[in-house]
Design a protein around this ligand. Structure first.
Ligand code: NAP
Length: 347
């Protein structure tokens, strides 16, 4: 562990310096790691583990696009690729990377194979935290831990291939063998995490659901739409409204914020932008803080989990989702976005 000062707050974190890949390989050398689910996280985590020399197999239901993707990625049926239950049987650590709704449906089949001393791994605290709604209650004699990469499985893989990594949180929910923490950290390093910070199952799920509904996706899309609409209603062209709302943000400002921080951005923009942004930042914070608190309360009460489980357990959930997403995709706003992206100069 390294103690790092985050703006005056000390936190213990795990980096690749103190917890080397060699150490992770040594801890995992006698384990069969079964990655269950080959959706978004499954491929990223399974391929990184394999490339890092870990003994890994994949469990995926057969006859679907995800199975075909696993085959295309080089997993061999009967050797390193199995149906879900067979992989759970063979694995000494079961990495449950099914969708959160899929985890509920597959739980009874998985539970049978959770024998004494096995490890049960998640990348989200959802199933265990909301156990009253999901029915996911692991037996007392297995280790239960999580490593949650802060980003998509696709980024986990592409950053790994560049020698970089996504940061991940980790948590131990249940330590049956006395080795739950080292198993979690070894997997966290071996899947290619940047640094690992400690959390609990509850905190992971509360912050994750708030983040994706808030600034990362929900709030961002909402404020984009609001500003685009205002500019359009006030007579600005689609090009102007889109460029002032999204294109400048993603192409110019956010890469600089990623590199140097928003404080640097404030210090390095025009004095006109600086004065206005400093004056309006507080108004936006005050307008949105109550909404974010309402959101956090909805997460805390389990209401958000209930909505997700209900919606995603319906047999026609994919079709319904497609209808909603089509509205977004066909809107003037995002159609403009598609055109603007096509007009970006290429080499
Ligand atoms: N998406 C991310 O980038 C991300 C980031 C951090 C953490 N996480 C967490 O990682 C976990 C996996 O998420 P994900 O986004 O990778 O999920 P996903 O892409 O939705 O993966 C779905 C996987 O679950 C399988 N599945 C769904 N329902 C099933 C059922 N009833 N029985 C058997 N298999 C079923 C799918 O198989 P089929 O294709 O055959 O349906 C597929 O392999 C979740 O806990 C999520 O919260 C995700």
């Amino acid at each position: 562990m390294a103690t790092i000062n985050f703006g005056g707050v000390l936190e213990n974190v795990v980096t690749r310096e103190e917890f080397s890949l060699n150490k992770a390989q040594e801890i995992l050398k006698n384990e069969t790691v079964a990655v269950i689910g080959y959706g978004v996280q499954g491929p990223g985590q399974a391929l990184n583990l394999k490339d890092n020399g870990i003994n890994v197999i994949v469990g995926q239901r057969k006859g679907t696009a995800s199975w075909n993707k696993a085959v295309a990625d080089g997993w061999k049926e009967g050797k390193t690729l199995f149906e879900v239950e067979e992989a759970c049987k063979q694995g000494t650590i079961i990495m449950n990377l099914l969708s959160d709704a899929g985890q509920i449906q597959a739980w009874d089949g998985m539970k049978k194979h959770l024998t004494n001393g096995k490890g049960l791994y998640f990348s989200h605290g959802f199933g265990v935290t909301f156990h009253e709604k999901t029915g996911i209650v692991p037996p007392k004699y297995v280790d239960v831990f999580l490593v949650a990469p802060k980003g998509s499985g696709a980024s986990l893989r592409s950053l790994f291939l560049k020698g970089q990594g996504l940061n991940s949180s980790y948590a131990v929910f249940q330590d049956a063998t006395g080795k739950a923490q080292e198993r979690a950290l070894a997997l966290g390093i071996a899947i290619g995490s940047g640094y690992l910070f400690e959390t609990t199952f509850q905190k992971e799920v509360y912050s994750d659901l708030t983040g994706e509904r808030g600034v990362l996706m929900g709030a961002l899309a909402g404020i984009f739409e609001a500003q685009y609409n205002v500019l359009r209603q006030r007579g600005h062209s689609p090009s102007e409204a889109f460029n002032e709302t999204v294109e400048e943000l993603t192409q110019s400002l956010m890469p600089l914020v990623a590199e140097n921080g928003m404080d640097w951005m404030y210090a390095n923009c025009s004095t006109t932008a600086q004065r206005g942004a400093l004056d309006w930042k507080g108004k936006f914070r005050e307008a949105t803080e109550p909404v974010l608190n309402e959101l956090y309360d909805s997460v805390l009460s389990g209401k958000e989990a209930e909505i997700v489980i209900e919606a995603n357990s319906k047999p026609d959930y994919r079709e319904k989702l497609q209808e909603e997403l089509a509205v977004l995709q066909q809107s003037e706003f995002w159609q403009t976005g598609a055109q603007v992206r096509k007009l970006r100069p290429t080499k």
